[in-house]
Each structure stands twice: as C-alpha cells, then as structure tokens.
Write a new protein. Structure first.
Length: 454
C-alpha cells in the first residue's frame, strides 16, 4: 500500500482539500479521503492523468525534419507522408525501442499516464517479416517496461495502398499483412505484454478505409471483440473522395451505416465530416480521437467539436506524429481551433465548469474509454493514473479550483508538472522521469545513427 497526500485534488465530487489517496499493490486506488492530515508522498495539486490515445512513436525522431517544402509547391499531408516513408526505411528494432522509450518519457513528463500505441511498423526494410513476426511490437512493450508508462498496444492491419486494392508502395511494405498473417502477428504482440505489469492491454487497429478491405475490417473487428478498436477516419479531403468513389459513401457515413460502431471504437481525426455525420458519430458512443497539434501541423482541418459535444459525443487527445509532446498544448490547441472556427471564446466551457476543467475531465474519461483502461478519475477502484502540478510554481500562486487547470492549459506548459503515477508507479518526480538520463542517452545514440544515414 502507498499513500499520496495532496493540498487540493480534483475528484468526482469536485475540488477537495487535504486529500489522502491510498493505492494498493496492483496500482488501484483503494480509498480517497478529504480533510486528512498529511501522510505518504506529499503533493500540491493532484489530478487524474489522461491517456494519450493516439501515438506513432517512431515519428518522434522526425520532429523538425519536415518543415521545408517538398517537390510539389502545394505541400500537404501527402508530401509529408513521402518524407516519413523515406525516414522509416532506416529504422532498426533497436532504434524503434530507443525512440519509443524516449517519447514515452516525454509523455509522462507532460502529464499523461498511459498511451494507446497505434503500431503499424511491423517488418524489415523491403517488407520481409522478422523471424519473430511481432518483433517490433515486442520492442514497443520493452520500451514501456523501461519507461513505466501504461500501455494499450494497438497492432495495425494494413493490407493495400488504396481503395482499389493496389499493391503497397516502397514506403508502405514494412506495414503490410493479409488478415491471416496479421492474426499471427497480433497473437505475438499480445504475448509480448507478459513482460509488463497487469494494467497493460491490447486492442486492434485496422488502419483506415483506404488501407484495409471490407473483409479485413470485419476480421480485425472480430479479432478482439471485447477490446478497443481504433481506426483513422476522414482525415483528408482526398481520402474522403477516394472512399466515396470506391465504396459509394463518405467514410464516416459508410462505417456507421455498415458496422456496429459503439463504445469500443475510437475514430482518429474525423476532421472531414458533414454535420450529419458528426451527430451520428457522437450518438454511437465511440470516442473521437483528436490530435490537434498534428492536425494543425499537417493541415488536416478542424474537428467539429461544438456540434459533436452538443450531440453527447466523447473525445480524447493524442500526440500522433509526436512532433511536440505537451498535454497542455494539445488541449489549448483543441479549444483555440474551436474559437477560430466560431469566432468566440471559452467555446467548450459550461456555465458550471471552466474551459480547462471541461477539457481535462473530458479527455480523462474519453482517453480511458478509448484505451480500455480503468482510469480517468481519482476514485476507489480506478487505476492510480495521477498527475500532480507544482503548487509552488509562480504561475499558480494564489489560484484555486478550476483556475488551476485554466492556468496550466492556457498560460502554462509541462514545467508545471511535478509528479506522475502510472497505475501507482511513481515515474516522474520533481518534473523529471526517474530514468531520464539512461533513456535520453539511448535515444541520442539512435538519432545520431539515423542522421548519419539521412
């Protein structure tokens, strides 16, 4: 049993003072008591820590390398993707593990407690499988063992290069599997989680309607019927047009009409939906997986957030391309996108709760649902996924209640994060990951090798 005491904490009953949180040996909160004396690890401001619901870990090593125009003067997602393909051609299993551990470290230091890793890099350069079909999945698990982050591993089914079934291009062959081989890979990925604590879990991710067949999508959906299923949906205009031409409907319309989209689904991006599709998606109970920093970087468009929320939709946030790892900035960018779209302020706030509190609570609940993780609140029975803000930080001086979250998200950054627990594992202390130097050193060696070949 460990105990964490906070001067103030955000619980399901609202903000409370002098809160003692007791955590059992499995990392589960056993009790929450307000108005208590100090005991255990002492913190200032204690919050539930959300799940980062969408990450492509290896792309972290590309950050800053794609800000020049490509050959096409109208640079876009598609020209960025060509650069990404060229980059990943040089990644070894050792590179993948080192990069992943470092990006997980950054996630933890930013205030996330867990990650849903949308993992589609499976094979060797050239497309030949490794001797262990799930070699790179096992490297994701090994990185999580090093960083201590909570992991929901999402092996990705990627069958072809477009809706017409064309062969995978040179940059895509490391992703490709038919359903039969993917089933074997998925089993190996699941087995790799045995090296992790019991809160680690698995889901499945058919990449997109462009990259899987209708039969493949049904196979993926049936592979883990009680686990999360994630998929990219309606991210780009060209994608929408391709799916509509091939399958007779726009992506969101087709998926909702044909499949039983429900609470275990997480649809990533969904920036190119009609108002009707937005409302229908909200009503399914699925989580919208929003990645505002990446969506801004790639010019994806703006998610119709107000309409989605008004229709009862759930959402969470992810760092996707990992160009920048910042929980505060992800939430700030989400709210600012709505302000720019509607020319107003405090767009996601309610009369009862401030913008920061609405955002934080929503992504804690939505992220937990998307990851199939029993977390998202400081309450008995929940995993102890917790983040503490530094009450002594100058930006938080004299502030209380919802204003603490508003300051963190709209005026602060990750420097306000003092401690993070993932299922009770105290992985960030005084703002630094407990294994920062070793993980950083391995990452530095990996990126130096990559820069030499690039």
């Amino acid at each position: 049993m460990q105990q964490i005491w906070a001067e103030t904490a955000l619980t399901p009953d609202g903000w409370q003072r002098d809160v003692l949180v007791s955590v059992d040996g499995n990392g589960v909160i056993s009790s929450v008591e307000a108005g208590t004396r100090s005991g255990g690890a002492r913190t200032g401001i204690l919050l539930p820590a959300p799940v980062n619901l969408h990450s492509h870990a290896f792309q972290r090593a590309m950050a800053g390398l794609t800000e020049r125009r490509g050959e096409d003067p109208s640079d876009s997602f598609w020209t960025w993707r060509k650069l990404m393909y060229r980059f990943l051609d040089h990644l070894s299993p050792e590179h993948v593990e080192a990069i992943t551990a470092f990006v997980q470290l950054e996630m933890l230091e930013a205030g996330y407690a867990a990650v849903a890793e949308f993992h589609y890099l499976h094979h060797q350069p050239g497309g030949s499988p490794y001797g262990n079909l799930a070699e790179l999945s096992s490297r994701i698990s090994a990185a999580a063992a090093t960083s201590g982050i909570g992991l929901t591993l999402l092996p990705v089914l990627y069958e072809h290069g477009g809706c017409d079934g064309r062969a995978l291009g040179p940059g895509q062959v490391r992703f490709g599997n038919d359903p039969d081989r993917f089933g074997k890979l998925w089993d190996g990925a699941k087995a790799s989680l045995k090296q992790l604590p019991g809160d680690a879990s698995i889901g499945v991710a058919p990449h997109s309607l462009r990259a899987v067949s209708q039969q493949g999508l049904k196979f993926a959906e049936s592979l883990a019927p009680d686990r999360p299923i994630h998929m990219h949906l309606a991210e780009q205009v060209a994608e929408v047009e391709e799916v509509q031409a091939a399958w007779g409907k726009r992506p969101a319309d087709w998926l909702i009409s044909v499949h039983n989209v429900n609470e275990r689904w997480c649809l990533i991006h969904s920036t190119q939906m009609t108002p009707d599709e937005t409302v229908r998606l909200a009503q399914t109970g699925a989580v919208a997986g929003l990645c505002p920093i990446t969506e801004s970087s790639l010019g994806d468009g703006i998610f119709d957030g107000l309409r989605f929320v008004d229709a009862g939709g759930s959402y969470g946030v992810g760092s996707d391309s990992n160009i920048r790892i910042s929980l505060a900035e992800e939430l700030r960018t989400l709210e600012y996108s709505q302000r720019l779209n509607h020319r107003g302020r405090a767009m996601l706030a309610t009369p009862e709760k401030s913008t920061g509190r609405v955002l934080h609570e929503a992504v804690c609940v939505g992220g937990a649902q998307a990851a199939g993780r029993t977390s998202g609140a400081i309450a008995p029975g929940m995993l102890a996924d917790l983040v503490a803000l530094d009450a002594g930080h100058i930006d938080l001086a004299g502030r209380s209640g919802d204003t603490l979250l508003d300051t963190f998200i709209f005026a602060g950054d990750s420097s306000l994060v003092s401690d993070v627990w993932s299922a009770g594992r105290h992985v960030v202390k005084q703002g630094r990951h407990v294994a920062r130097e070793a993980i950083k050193c391995a990452y530095g060696k990996a990126t130096a090798q990559l820069m030499d070949v690039l």
